[in-house]
Design a protein around this ligand. Structure first.
Ligand SMILES: *Cc1c(COP(=O)(O)O)cnc(C)c1O
Length: 502
């Protein structure tokens, strides 16, 4: 396909510029800063431009194109009503510097979202400022760090993470200056309590863990883990990326956690991937509240008929957190658009939000069952989980498959299968994560897929496994871009478009 740069100067132009406001505007630009010749920017007419971008969008794969079982990423359908709401003028056309009296609606949404997240997670205070899960992790670990400091407990310099942890956990902790202690998972893929007991000590600042784990397994000994970490004086951090599995059933507060991040763009729908836009709020227990980034949406009672306020008997305002706050973590107040979409999403469920998690877990177990039990012969090729004993386990909202048996049989790897699934019209599942599962595929169907889609995916998955290995190992065959050589791309970075060199 030709790129927009092939239009370079040769075609009509789709824009017209007004005449400069000052007749001799050029004279005000110093001689040495002026262009010698016209830039080689593309010039395309409006229809050419529309075709160009529409063409690009069709080369991409998205949740609107097909099933997107990318484990850990929670790629659910994004309800269109969210877009309507976020584009209301009272939300879309406002500026963060506007007076509080003019943005009561958005402030009310912020306040309600904070409250709702606090209730669902068993936390006391919530900030919506971080714009990614990873930034939320960093923010919360910084709060924990300040908490230890305020207790004169400065010796603590280690953060414990299980070997199934997402890479952002050790990365955020190490950005705060902590050393990472990785502990191995037990036989059944779950947290190894003895390994944890051996790792904690006077130097433990925190433990970071997600529950259910990235293997899709519920950590049944989580309260025991929390007791061990707390007894050693450490804090418990909950990676909330898998919140979709537990909302309304249990919560991290009950499990013994002190701080949590939520990935609004995963759990509460929001087009994401490719770097944003996300929202990674955090919630903390009371003892960490005074360290949160500032400000936080707050409200006070006013008379119902007071001309001020949104009419619900409250006045909403930004409340400064105070001098212990770690400060600002993001300009303004985070990604307001993502917050509003998430708010719209959860308001559609209301008190039925628990159904979201129930259906996500049901879909995941159903799909895993369909894949694992098609016929005895096919099932033998896929070993679920590192250990065979775990095969009968129920999983949460996602599950992992190890394709090692397939690789041993005919040389087809997890990556080959993932690539071949693209030819069948699916996004490939998460590949080679968590790293403790050999030839790992991690599959998360989410609650928004129908039984028909899951049945077809399971059937297509088995078709791939029984195909001629030659076809699978050379896939994909039907996508605009074939197999990408990631190493080449990383070693030979091209960051400058040839256009600049012309
Ligand atoms: C996605 C994810 C994160 C990081 O969240 P981002 O919003 O992508 O920064 C952390 N942990 C787990 C398990 C995740 O899946």
């Amino acid at each position: 396909m030709s790129t927009i740069f092939d239009f370079n100067g040769s075609k009509g132009s789709g824009w017209s510029q007004p005449e400069p406001a000052l007749p001799n505007a050029i004279d005000s630009i110093p001689e040495q800063l002026r262009r010698r010749k016209l830039p080689a920017w593309p010039r395309a007419s409006e229809p050419e431009l529309v075709r160009h971008y529409t063409g690009l969008s069709q080369m991409n794969f998205g949740i609107d194109t097909g099933f997107y079982p990318l484990g850990s990423c929670t790629m659910k359908h994004n309800p269109r009503i969210n877009e309507k709401i976020v584009q209301l003028p009272g939300i879309d056309r406002i500026h963060p510097l506007q007076d509080e009296s003019q943005v009561q609606g958005l402030l009310a949404i912020y306040y309600e979202m904070q409250e709702m997240l606090g209730i669902c997670s068993g936390m006391d205070s919530v900030t919506l400022q971080p714009v990614a899960g990873a930034q939320g992790e960093f923010t919360a670990i910084r709060c924990i760090q300040e908490y230890h400091k305020s207790n004169g407990d400065e010796e603590r310099d280690k953060v414990i993470v299980p070997d199934s942890a997402h890479g952002t956990n050790p990365a955020s902790a190490s950005m705060c200056g902590y050393q990472i202690i990785e502990i191995p998972s037990g036989e059944d893929g779950r947290l190894d309590i003895e390994a944890l007991q051996a790792a904690v000590g006077k130097d433990t600042a925190a433990m970071m863990i997600t529950n259910p784990s990235t293997l899709g397994l519920f950590e049944t000994q989580i309260t025991e883990a929390a007791r061990i970490v707390h007894e050693a004086g450490g804090q418990m951090y909950y990676d909330g990326a898998n919140f979709n599995a537990i909302i309304g059933k249990t919560d991290p507060g009950r499990m013994g956690f002190d701080a949590v991040h939520y990935n609004l763009h995963k759990t509460f729908s929001q087009p994401h991937g490719g770097g944003g836009p996300g929202s990674g709020p955090i919630g903390v227990k009371n003892h960490l509240s005074s360290f949160l980034p500032t400000p936080i949406a707050s409200r006070r009672d006013i008379k119902k008929d007071d001309p001020k306020g949104v009419g619900d008997g409250h006045w909403y305002f930004w409340k400064e957190v105070g001098e212990k706050s770690i400060g600002k973590i993001q300009q303004w107040n985070g990604n307001a658009g993502a917050v509003v979409r998430a708010w719209a999403f959860y308001r559609r469920y209301g008190r039925d939000l628990v159904k979201m998690s129930e259906h996500a877990v049901l879909n995941s177990n159903y799909l895993r069952h369909r894949i694992m039990n098609p016929d005895p012969e096919a099932a033998e090729k896929i070993l679920c989980m590192p250990k065979e004993g775990a095969q009968s386990d129920l999983v949460m909202h996602e599950f992992t498959l190890s394709l090692s048996p397939v690789k041993d049989l005919n040389g087809v790897t997890g990556k080959d299968v993932a690539k071949r699934l693209l030819d069948y019209g699916y996004m490939s599942p998460t590949l080679y994560f968590p790293q403790i599962v050999p030839e790992c595929l991690m599959i998360e169907p989410t609650e928004t897929e129908s039984k028909e889609v899951l049945d077809k995916f399971a059937a297509d998955f088995h078709s791939v496994l029984s195909e001629d290995p030659e076809i699978v190992t050379t896939a994909p065959h039907s996508t605009p871009v074939k197999r990408v050589d990631e190493v080449w791309a990383a070693r030979n970075l091209v960051l400058r478009h040839p256009i600049e060199e012309k």
